[in-house]
Design a binder for this molecule. Structure first.
Ligand code: HEC
Length: 141
């Protein structure tokens, strides 16, 4: 846990990413998480879109209900999501259709922290974040 916090500090200290929003920002951010993940676990082979996809769809029991990231972001992250509690629409997560995604590190960290704790009851690791973003980058409408 301590190591992960150091990684988090590292990434936060890198500051806000460029305001130019496109897939490049998501790629850069995935690379940063990958670098941190490798520093923590030298055996980590690097970004894995397929592991990210599994993570995104992985159902976990929360209060007796099976939920996943896909429960709100839908099984296609290039589509508009729907909040499973409020029913409110959520703009697509895939940077190919929503260029604003993964451009604001503070927002990304805040959302990861909130949703990871909601669903898997802990922070996501740098490895999980790298794989998650790598998967989203591969998703086209
Ligand atoms: C209960 C509904 C819900 C679930 C489940 C959920 N999310 Fe989200 N997610 C949201 C909402 C709402 C937003 C913010 C809306 C927006 O920015 O348009 C969001 C935004 C995000 C963002 C912000 C990306 C950016 O750059 O703007 C990330 C990252 C994210 N979610 C990751 C996850 C992960 C990882 C999981 C599974 C562990 C998950 N979410 C599960 C509702 C959910």
């Amino acid at each position: 846990m301590k190591k992960i916090n150091i990684g988090l500090m590292l990434i936060l200290s890198l500051g806000a990413l460029s305001a130019h929003a496109d897939v490049t920002n998501a790629e850069k951010l995935a690379k940063k998480y990958e670098g941190i993940a490798k520093a923590i676990n030298p055996k980590y082979a690097g970004e894995s879109p397929s592991d990210g996809k599994v993570f995104f769809n992985n159902l976990i029991k929360v209060n007796g209900k099976d939920v996943a990231c896909a429960s709100c972001h839908t099984d296609n992250p290039a589509n508009t999501g729907k909040h499973m509690v409020t029913g409110k629409p959520i703009r697509p997560l895939a940077p190919s259709v929503n260029a604003k995604r993964f451009t604001d590190i503070d927002k990304v960290e805040e959302n990861f922290s909130k949703h990871c704790n909601d669903i898997i009851a802990r922070e996501c690791t740098a490895e999980e974040k790298a794989n998650f973003i790598a998967y989203l980058i591969t998703v086209k409408k």
